[in-house]
Design a binder for this molecule. Structure first.
Ligand code: ZN
Length: 364
């Protein structure tokens, strides 16, 4: 896989006197001995393993005594707010020429749990008695009709994602889309279908004891459909869960040859069928989201933000961030609509104007 491409040793030498620069003290094995910047050290208690990308201090009680990832050390020493800023700085100031063996930081562990709203009604699976009898629920029909109109996905796709809807309670008149990570529901996002604002509302994060809390993982560490990403597979990074579901609907149809009875026909596919669509559940690509995606070691990631005026700049920024996290990324843009839900196709814009890179059918 791609490692972050930066030269750890060059950064260390720019900031510290390397006490074993003439060899010895593990220098040959990549250990650089320095004065620790995290405590009042002037005797070379700090060391950096430039091969592992790790920094540590031997003084008990030092904040770095447990060791920390080099990007985190750079963040603190240089005074950046986020690890992404530190990574961008390293890539800009200390680019490595060859492959860098640094693995991406493993995602933080969360106390994962999720309480779906008690008013949650699941979308019945396709082929279940609900869909074969007449005189169904108008409430359900309204929720499903919205998904069909807005995203071009029908009940089969919704059911596959464990979606449901509410018509009372805090999430009344919202489609509820569970966020599954590591095989378990860790959060959910509700999308209003009667004009309620905000359009999207993510489950409230808090401790299990908090009666108002709905999940144990903050929104900045959620990615929709991440479990489907396998090592080396291509990813389309979209904003909303509807765009991601649209993609899986297309993929499932391609696999089974199933006619798109349940979905709106005639809409173009997203990027190639082998690509997994992952949704940010918003527009921000946080450190946690970047780390989670990088840890999956995907192949190429096509960033496909909605076609709004400011979205292209945002998309470019996301591409830069993903690259800083060691992920191969390119910008895509929608043709023929605002997003996949509007029936647009995605065109990769690595080389602008080169239409040979169209990866799906064109929208119109
Ligand atoms: Zn120290």
């Amino acid at each position: 896989m791609n490692g972050p491409r930066f030269d750890v040793e060059a950064w260390v030498r720019s900031r510290f006197v390397v006490r074993n620069a003439d060899g010895g003290g593990g220098y040959d094995r990549g250990f650089l001995k320095v004065d620790c910047p995290f405590c009042d050290d002037s005797a070379g208690h700090g060391w950096v393993n430039v091969l592992m990308g790790w920094m540590k201090c031997w003084r008990p009680g030092c904040p770095a005594s447990e060791g920390l990832e080099i990007v985190e050390a750079v963040r603190r020493v240089e005074g950046f707010t986020t690890q992404t800023e530190a990574r961008l700085f390293l890539r800009r100031e200390f680019p490595a020429t060859g492959l860098d063996p640094l693995p991406p930081k493993p995602p933080a562990a969360y106390d994962d749990w999720c309480r779906l709203p008690k008013e949650f009604r699941p979308i019945p699976k396709s082929g279940s008695p609900y869909w074969t009898r007449t005189g169904g629920s108008m409430l359900l029909d309204e929720a499903v009709a919205f998904a069909r109109k807005q995203w071009g996905v029908g009940p089969a796709t919704l059911a596959r994602h464990g979606a449901g809807y509410c018509w009372s309670g805090r999430h009344a008149w919202r489609l509820i889309l569970p966020v599954v990570m590591g095989g378990a529901v860790v959060a959910f996002q509700g999308r209003s279908y009667r004009g309620g604002e905000p359009k999207y509302r993510t489950s409230k994060w808090g401790s299990w004891d908090d009666r108002d809390a709905e999940c144990g993982r903050p929104a900045e560490a959620l990615l929709f459909n991440l479990d489907q990403v396998t090592e080396g597979c291509d990813v389309t990074l979209v904003e909303g869960p509807g765009d991601a579901m649209r993609q899986t609907a297309d993929a499932a149809r391609g696999d089974s040859g199933e006619k798109p009875r349940e979905d709106v026909g005639g809409r173009p596919a997203l990027v190639g069928r082998d690509s997994v669509a992952v949704a940010l559940l918003g527009t921000a690509l946080t450190d946690e989201k970047a780390a989670l995606l990088a840890a999956k070691a995907p192949g190429r990631v096509i960033v496909a933000m909605d076609a709004e005026p400011e979205a292209e700049a945002r998309g470019r920024r996301h591409v830069e961030v993903l690259r800083a996290w060691g992920v191969e990324a390119d910008l895509g843009r929608w043709v023929g609509g605002k997003d996949a839900g509007e029936g647009a196709a995605l065109v990769r814009t690595r080389r602008p104007g080169l239409t040979g890179l169209v990866l799906g059918r064109l929208g119109r």
